[in-house]
Design a protein around this ligand. Structure first.
Ligand SMILES: [Zn+2]
Length: 102
C-alpha cells in the first residue's frame, strides 16, 4: 500500500502539486458490488470477464469477453491473480480471466 501512495505522490509532484497528502481508507472493505457498469465494460474490453452477482465461480457459462459466447469452461479457480479465475472459450478457444465476486 505504501508503494501506491508513493507512486501517487511522485506523479502529483511531477504535475506540480507540491503539498500532497494521501489518505488510505480500508473500511468499509471494497467489494465488486461497488464496481460501476462503466468499470465492468472496460474490464470486458480489456479481455477480462466482469464479476456477475449470480455466481461466484461457475463451472461454465461465463460470457467470453472476446467473442461473447457463453459456451465456456472453468480451467482453474485461480487466474493471473487470486481475485480472478481462468476460463477457456469453447468457441474461439481463447483463455480469459473472470473477475470473481467478492
Ligand atoms: Zn470466445
Amino acid at each position: 500500500m505504501d508503494m501506491i501512495a508513493t507512486a501517487i505522490r511522485v506523479e502529483l509532484n511531477t504535475l506540480g502539486f507540491k503539498k500532497v497528502k494521501v489518505t488510505q481508507t480500508i473500511s468499509p472493505a471494497w467489494t465488486t458490488d461497488w464496481m460501476s457498469e462503466e468499470g465492468k465494460r472496460k474490464l470486458q474490453e480489456y479481455g477480462i470477464a466482469p464479476p456477475d452477482k449470480r455466481f461466484a465461480i461457475p463451472k461454465d457459462g461465463v460470457e467470453c469477453p472476446l467473442c461473447h459466447s457463453s459456451y465456456t469452461r472453468l480451467v482453474s479457480e485461480f487466474g493471473s491473480t487470486a481475485c480472478k479465475a481462468l476460463y477457456q472459450c469453447n468457441d474461439c478457444k481463447e483463455p480469459f480471466d473472470y473477475f470473481k465476486c467478492h
